[in-house]
Design a protein around this ligand. Structure first.
Ligand code: BGC
Length: 785
């Protein structure tokens, strides 16, 4: 009995103890589950659970891993955190306690820039595809082309385990010497904005993000980190901000990258006007803003302005922000707001979603995209007597770049591609043959010159190799033994330096004599001379183009360049590219020739000190709204090749422009019939320009307000192309009232050769803004008569 009672007591005791233990375990698990976690809790709850140190950790990046003396590197603690993707441009800190992963960011815009070989695993390679440069894509005037490249590039971003591509770049090509013009689309903001939107939409279909950059007015490299762009409000709104506005409204980039420069006295990354009032309040941007690498000089001002993330992140920034929070000079609300924006985007990221990635993208299909899109943006500038297309034949292939094609530019926009198809390879693959002895001589010359040149610092542009002089005897032999001469003129271009006029915009003396010599002997034998321009931006053509029979502008066409050039030269693809940037007759004709790239300000203390920071400087944007064709067509300056110009192997006719109304109320539809009147299939670009009445505001002679590309039209085939214009498409920005106004009067709408008139009965105030980013008084701007 007693025993039984004891046993019962023991059983009860054991059960109680078990219950207690279970309770403790259960409570533990429960607390673990309820610890705040991103994704399980709301972003606001996560922010509330973060310490100030954690918030700042999220907002200040993880440091830059390149060992460049004088550049602040990662902290000792950060150095220990292994890189997810070697060679990516940057990353943010993870906060594992709260389920916040690290984001990996990588350049663009011509492909994913990462290291092709990793220390951690030398058995594999990690090459990414080198796509054509943005300037080429814009010259397609086909947003589907930009979108297609975006889809393919975004796939590689995802497959490499990257979260955000630092692209597209979309500054205005203000001056042909801009060192990074090749990374930008156009001198025109409508083209830049539409192309960027299409590209962003393409990349982001892969579940990864983009960063449209460099916001804004970063149209030069000279002293770019300390250069103050002095620019009028109207030029700002109509040109330098317009493309960003379009891109943001027509796509949803996860992030925006502020630029290095100052606008009218304030660093863009420290400008509340730019990053909060305009970008968020007016345009409705919901993502986060990151600084350009080491940009700006005041981390706390950047936080206040709404530059949420500082890249690549420096220890001193962390200290400054924490101090400001503790001393209440930076409000908790401002800090929390920035953190929230980052976390909202974080939720979308592959790193947060634990998306699996192969690290081995389908390079073959991307290469196909690179090749096909490259052909879409090449521009046929000249084609006397149907020199092109070329039937398979033996070619005398001249010029270094024929054998050493320049696929893309240098700097952060470079891509570590597996190979580049040169023009000689493209020709032989395309049933042409080339003079092998000449090839051999060029290959030896190039190898020899490369071995002699000084080593190139990381990110920098290698010194160009001067052309080889080709002796007259050899030219004579070539003219006898080959059917045609192709001379490729190459220009490298890259980040950190602007181009030069002499020997860069203009031809070198050897290039001139090469063109002269080749043309003389080949023409004497009744044979043609073709020039291929393998360049990142406009160059002088007026003085030499008459000596040759055809000129193909191939731009920097990406890794498949040689094949793509031959696709066009041979007629496999009928060229349909048009210039999205003007080719002036001489550099002196450029409206900003006198003020570009600005001047250094002697005696002014540097605002930033690092090996790339340059000196305090200022750039006067005195040409105002008259940039590119807006200047040439208003002031009657004839360019060598106009904006919008490009030839085809077929011809097109444009029917009359038909408007849905001649009295504009709030919109109008313009339609035109385009017919292929030639003998081969082709695509045509349809450009709609508007000449607005000049009332209170002076106007450019005409402005591009819509564009499209036809389908591939067979000979005799037609297509009706329609555009709808809203009031904003007619409006100009009036600085006096800070509003977009379509002024009353008669508007001329021109498409192809034909035009139609439309009246607007009263001034329409389309959008009211606020006075923002105003220049100091005294900035003189060019005005039309
Ligand atoms: C460039 C940016 C680039 C960043 C990261 C900077 O030098 O201006 O365009 O995204 O570096 O590589």
């Amino acid at each position: 009995m007693v025993n039984r009672r004891y046993r019962l007591m023991w059983i009860i005791l054991a059960a109680v103890m078990l219950a207690v233990v279970m309770l403790v375990i259960f409570r533990r698990v429960e607390t673990q589950n309820t610890a705040t976690q991103l994704g399980k809790n709301s972003v606001k709850e996560v922010v509330a659970a973060m310490t100030t140190e954690e918030k700042v950790k999220l907002l200040v990046g993880m440091g830059f891993n390149a060992d460049i003396p004088g550049l602040p590197g990662p902290t000792e603690e950060d150095k220990k955190i292994p890189e997810k993707v070697q060679g990516a441009a940057g990353r943010t800190h993870a906060i594992p306690r709260l389920g916040i992963p690290s984001l990996t960011l990588s350049d663009g815009p011509a492909g994913v820039r990462i290291d092709p070989v990793r220390k951690s695993d030398t058995t594999k390679t990690y090459h990414a595809t080198g796509f054509p440069i943005e300037t080429l894509l814009a010259s397609s005037w086909d947003t589907a082309v930009a979108n297609r490249v975006g889809v393919a590039m975004g796939r590689e971003v995802r497959d490499f385990g990257i979260d955000i591509l630092l692209a597209p770049a979309m500054n205005i090509q203000r001056n042909p010497l801009g060192g990074r013009n090749f990374e930008y689309y156009s001198e025109d903001p409508l083209i830049a904005g539409k192309m960027a939107a299409a590209f962003v939409n393409g990349v982001q279909t892969n579940g990864v993000g983009t960063s449209i950059k460099h916001f804004a007015v970063n149209s030069q490299e000279f002293n770019r980190m300390q250069s103050n762009s002095l620019v009028g409000e109207r030029a700002l709104r109509e040109l330098y901000l317009k493309g960003f506005e379009i891109a943001l409204k027509e796509s949803k980039p996860w992030t925006v990258m502020s630029s290095y420069n100052l606008i009218n006295g304030t660093y863009t990354s420290q400008s509340e006007d730019l990053l909060t009032t305009l970008l968020r309040d007016e345009w409705g941007f919901k993502g986060f803003v990151m600084s350009d690498w080491f940009g700006g000089n005041d981390a706390v001002a950047q936080m206040r302005a709404g530059n949420d993330v500082l890249m690549p992140g420096v220890g001193s920034q962390t200290e400054a922000i924490i101090k400001a929070v503790n001393e209440h000079t930076l409000s908790k609300e401002q800090l929390d707001r920035n953190v929230e924006r980052v976390l909202n985007i974080m939720l979308l990221s592959p790193s947060f979603q634990h998306t699996t990635f192969s690290e081995q993208p389908d390079l073959k299909s991307s290469a196909q995209v690179a090749r096909e899109t490259a052909t879409e943006g090449m521009v046929l500038l000249k084609n006397d007597n149907n020199t092109l297309p070329l039937a398979p034949s033996k070619v005398a292939l001249l010029g270094n770049a024929s054998y050493d094609l320049i696929a893309g530019g240098t700097g952060s926009g470079d891509v570590h591609k597996k190979y580049v198809v040169s023009l000689d390879q493209g020709l032989t693959a395309g049933s042409f043959s080339i003079d092998e002895e000449l090839k051999q001589t060029y290959m030896e010359f190039i190898a020899d010159q490369k071995a002699k040149r000084p080593p190139t610092a990381p990110f920098m542009m290698p010194a160009p190799i001067a052309e080889m002089a080709v002796a007259p005897d050899r030219l004579k032999r070539l003219a006898g033994e080959t059917a045609v001469a192709i001379i490729t003129l190459g220009r490298n271009t890259g980040e950190f330096v602007d181009r030069k006029v002499e020997n860069d915009f203009t031809l070198t003396a050897i290039e001139r004599s090469l063109i002269e010599g080749v043309s003389q002997v080949f023409h004497a034998k009744g044979k043609k001379v073709i020039v291929v321009l393998n360049v990142g931006g406009p160059m002088e053509v007026a003085s030499w183009r008459n000596k040759v029979d055809a000129v193909l502008l191939a731009w920097l066409p990406g890794q498949e360049g040689g094949h793509a050039i031959v696709d066009v030269l041979s007629g496999k693809v009928n060229p349909s590219g048009k210039l999205a940037t003007t080719f002036p007759v001489s550099y002196d004709d450029v409206p900003s020739a006198k003020t570009f790239p600005g001047k250094e300000l002697p005696g002014v203390e540097p605002m930033i000190v690092n090996p790339f920071a340059g000196k305090p400087a200022e750039a006067l944007y005195e040409e105002g709204i008259y940039v590119g064709y807006r200047y040439y067509n208003t002031f009657g300056v004839k360019p060598a090749y106009d904006f919008g110009y490009g030839m085809s192997y077929t011809s097109f006719s444009f029917g009359p422009v038909k408007l849905s109304t001649n009295k504009f109320e709030d919109k109008v539809t313009a339609s035109v019939t385009v017919t292929n009147t030639g003998k081969v299939a082709g695509k045509e670009v349809v450009q709609l320009y508007v000449s607005a009445p000049k009332q209170k505001l002076k106007k450019p002679e005409s402005e591009l307000r819509a564009f499209a590309k036809t389908e591939l039209l067979k000979p005799g085939e037609s297509q009706v192309v329609s555009f709808t214009l809203a009031a904003k498409d007619l409006a100009s920005f009036d600085p006096a009232s800070s509003s977009w106004i379509a002024e009353s009067g008669s508007y001329v709408i021109r498409v192809g050769g034909s035009s139609a008139k439309m009246d607007l009965g009263r001034d329409l105030v389309v959008e009211k803004s606020r006075k923002l980013l105003a220049p100091p008084s005294g900035l003189k701007e060019l005005e039309s008569r």
